[in-house]
Write a protein that binds this ligand. Structure first.
Ligand code: BGC
Ligand code: BGC
Length: 842
């Protein structure tokens, strides 16, 4: 039955019921009618979308089994089938009891709650969920397990980690994408999981978005060309024997639709676009993926012209299914249904009415199960619609041969641990790294002879976190150690191996210093890892000066310097470009840092081993305010246009670039670090004297109530000393913006202050935040009972919100106030993940 049919049928049966004087009262009919109308979007015109067709042919045997299984299901089993829980909040017993159709591991979930647990435990848990779902008699419906294998099987210790999609976009090599999909599927199969939430086929248009790196390109062409290949790599070619075979997994295109178009690059935000733009720019990946037989699609958190996608029937059903020919099932995003008006994570009829077939209800599944069951019993959720959702899920499970594949550990590839990070897989990833590098400047310093004396420095040189980025072992990709990557090379390790093999000398210098001047210095620096909204930023100015300082020091010493820039998006780096002899964008290369050395160094005879072939799949800004910069723009004015990339032999020197741009003050979620407040302003003030802006290493209020100076914690003058005399109430204030941190507050982020109390407390110190005149909230600074020790104080943003801070308009992200004679040193302030479960202080 197609979607239009079930709508007609239910409308018709409601009419019939009323005509025959059926029990259904007016209020019930209204509720149902409301759920339908809310789900419709009058701005959608399915006829302007291309008519597509999945290549997965309807198989009569499968259709019969779907009907047969469905006929034997209880209402409870049907409702359970359309709900997915997270393994952090769902046990195998829960799956058995509530008949859940699926589980997932969110970015911070893993078996036994241990992100570093061995892959054997993943397979063991997959068996447990299998056993629980099929039951002791083996007649239940197997639950499938979905995971964010978004750049390789990236939650698993030892797996091959591929470059994030932004780097793959620069490689512009669809055939390579297919091989990456094949390797990823195979490694997933080793752990017994069934399904990946990949590929992301967003077309990111505003590089402030923290998920920019998850998209292949700002341009629809590359996204379109890649989507089909990745789906084929993961699932196999539809219509052939390899399709969803033992070494394949179910693939997901996400996030439908318009996730890459949100205003100001705000995650989960609002995409304001015409229907044509939605189709031509944002749907570029869906059409080819459907034509390649993709079996699931994830609804987007974002809205289109004011409507949340999780409740948009016109797009989820009329366009995606009926018009584009998608024949799999639609899964929701993490409690995404709960964001619809009048919905909460545990209760949302509107999503399933709109065409969502499986709710992603990580921790809310139990309440959602109860409420949905209630709707099914009352008829508010028409049986036809529930049956349709269940049938779609069953059809995908049958098409994927989940029953035949059997208990996870009995599958042919299961437990072949040597395949995780196997040399031949890593070789594909290393090839991807080489092809993803984009050379933006070269005065002839590159390539380097491996016989040279090479100094390597910079925060990213020997750091797996930076080179792998978000969605790696942990959700944000932070907190991982070198040992968490048994099958990997850092960029430094790759350089060291290359140079050592050719008789040169390579030195890793943490602080950049040297005894003998090197022939060349390689500075590896860039963004630190982030995922989702935590990576959203107010502008595209890179801001962090550590790399620049190193490059400048070599430049001043006459040492040629090569900048290797790690980032999840193009950023304004004119100063770094000026200070380097060669500059390359390395994106987020993943586990195979060795791919960088492959291209930078010649062989011993001086011949190029691999040339640069990467070309920008995102336009590069010449100013920090060029966040929305896309090829085809009317006033397109990039520093490096889409498609740019030098090869050896090109004349790649650059003129001195202008650097006198100032970004609007404030906005970064780092408020103070390494001695600087970045684009925020610092001042000291008392109730009776005007603010004094901090422009130097010291500052003082006019009445001397607060004196500011500097000390060294880890680097020269990297910390502030706040010395209150007790003469009057005085504050140290960081201001700028205003910024909207409401989303961050939702994500449980906290304001963190790293400080040391230098003298025993002689009166309270408060930690506050402000939101314009007479608006703000403060708490007593936690931890002031310990003296002389560095410590981190964290208070969740939501606590400030509850205490009256307007989280949407923060203009003073940090205010430290005291009226007493106190002294403290501070090395860091900014947003950070809060330790789980911390209560709000008094
Ligand atoms: C993300 C999805 C992801 C899901 C499960 C969501 O927050 O938006 O991309 O697949 O979580 O981790
Ligand atoms: C992410 C999950 C993650 C969770 C952590 C979600 O938004 O999608 O993957 O584990 O947040 O709270």
């Amino acid at each position: 039955m197609t979607r239009q049919n079930w709508l007609l049928t239910t409308a018709a049966s409601a009419l019939l019921l009323t005509a025959c004087g059926g029990k259904e009262d007016a209020a019930d009919t209204d509720k149902k009618a409301a759920a339908y109308t809310k789900a419709d979007d009058p701005n959608v015109h399915p006829e302007i979308w291309p008519k597509g067709q999945s290549p997965v042919e309807r198989d009569e045997a499968i259709e019969e089994r779907v009907a047969e299984i469905l006929a034997g299901m209880t209402l409870e089993q049907k409702v359970g089938q359309v709900i997915q829980g997270d393994i952090g909040a769902t046990t195998p017993d829960d799956v058995a009891k509530y008949h859940l159709g699926s589980v997932l591991n969110g970015g911070n979930s893993a078996p036994k709650g241990d992100l570093r647990i061995s892959p054997t435990e993943w397979l063991a848990l997959a068996d447990e969920f299998w056993d629980a779902s099929v039951g002791p008699d083996g007649d239940g419906i197997p639950a499938i397990w979905g995971t964010d294998a978004v750049h390789g099987h990236s939650n698993i210790i030892g797996a091959t980690i591929f470059p994030h999609n932004i780097g793959l976009g620069a490689a512009n090599d669809p055939e390579l994408i297919r091989r990456i999909g094949e390797v990823t599927a195979l490694e997933i199969a080793v752990t017994g999981l069934d399904w990946t939430f990949a590929p992301t086929v967003a077309t990111p248009r505003d590089d402030r978005w923290g998920r920019t790196y998850e998209g292949y390109s700002e341009g629809p062409e590359i996204v379109g060309a890649y989507a089909a290949e990745m789906v084929k790599g993961l699932q196999g070619e539809a219509g052939t024997d390899e399709f969803l075979g033992p070494d394949k997994v179910i693939s997901t295109v996400k996030h439908f639709l318009g996730d890459g178009g949100t205003k100001d690059g705000i995650d989960q935000g609002e995409t304001i676009a015409t229907e044509e733009e939605l189709r031509d720019i944002h749907a570029a990946g869906y059409i080819p993926a459907i034509n390649a037989g993709v079996q699931s699609a994830m609804a987007s958190y974002s809205s289109w012209n004011g409507r949340k996608m999780h409740g948009n029937k016109s797009l989820l059903s009329d366009v995606l299914v009926d018009q584009l020919g998608f024949d799999g099932f639609v899964v929701g995003d993490w409690n995404g249904h709960g964001q619809i008006k009048d919905c909460v994570p545990t209760d949302c009829l509107q999503s399933i009415m709109a065409g969502l077939d499986m709710y992603m209800a990580p921790d809310s599944w139990r309440g959602l199960y109860e409420s949905t069951l209630g709707y099914a019993k009352s008829g508010d959720l028409p049986m036809d619609r529930l049956d349709e959702a269940v049938s779609r899920i069953l059809r995908v499970k049958l098409t994927a041969g989940v029953w035949e594949k059997g208990r996870p550990s009995t599958r042919p590839l299961a437990g072949q641990w040597e395949l995780l990070g196997a040399p031949e897989h890593r070789a594909v990833a290393r090839e991807a790294v080489r092809k993803s590098l984009v050379l933006l400047k070269n005065d002839g310093t590159l390539p380097i002879s491996p016989g040279a004396n090479v100094l390597v420095t910079g925060a990213g040189a020997n750091d797996m976190n930076m080179q792998t980025g978000g969605w790696t072992i942990s959700w944000q990709g932070t907190g991982n150690a070198r040992e968490d990557f048994p099958n990997a090379d850092t960029i430094w390790e790759g350089i060291e191996a290359t140079v050592n093999a050719s008789g040169g000398t390579a030195t890793l210098s943490e602080d950049g210093s040297y005894e003998t001047a090197p022939d060349v210095a390689i500075v590896v620096f860039g963004e630190t890892p982030y995922a989702e909204f935590q990576g959203d930023r107010p502008h595209v100015d890179f801001m962090d000066n550590a790399g620049l300082n190193a490059l400048t020091s070599y430049q001043e010493a006459g040492i040629p310097a090569v900048a290797v820039f790690i980032s999840g998006r193009p950023l304004y780096v004119n100063p770094e470009l000026n200070a380097s002899n060669a500059f390359l964008a390395a994106w987020l290369p993943g586990s195979e840092g060795g791919g960088v050395a492959d291209v930078l160094f010649t062989d011993a005879a001086g011949n190029t081993r691999y040339d640069f072939t990467g070309r920008l799949s995102y336009s590069w800004p010449k100013r920090p305010d060029q966040a929305v910069l896309n090829v085809g723009d009317a006033d397109y004015d990039p520093l490096f246009a889409y498609g740019t990339g030098l090869s050896y032999g090109d004349d790649g020197n650059l003129e001195e670039l202008p650097t006198d741009y100032v970004v609007a003050g404030g906005g970064s979620d780092i408020v103070f670090d390494e001695g600087s407040s970045g684009d925020w302003r610092m001042s000291v003030v008392t109730a009776y004297s005007p603010p004094v802006q901090v422009e130097d290493v010291t500052a003082e209020t006019q009445d001397g109530a607060l004196r500011l100076s500097r000390i060294d914690r880890e680097a020269q003058e990297d910390s502030l000393v706040l010395d209150w005399s007790g003469a009057a109430e005085a504050s140290f204030i960081v201001s700028g913006g205003p910024v909207d941190w409401s989303r961050q507050a939702n994500g449980e982020l906290a304001l963190q202050v790293d400080y040391r109390l230098d003298e025993p407390l002689s009166g309270p110190i408060s930690l506050g935040m402000g939101c314009g005149e007479d608006c703000g909230a403060d708490f007593t600074l936690p931890g002031t009972d310990s003296v002389g020790e560095w410590q981190s104080a964290t208070i969740r943003l939501s606590c400030f919100g509850d205490a009256g801070l307007d989280l949407t308009a923060i203009d003073r992200p940090l205010v430290l106030t005291s009226a007493a004679d106190n002294k403290l040193s501070m090395s860091f302030a900014g947003l950070a993940t809060s330790p789980g479960g911390t209560a709000c202080p008094e």
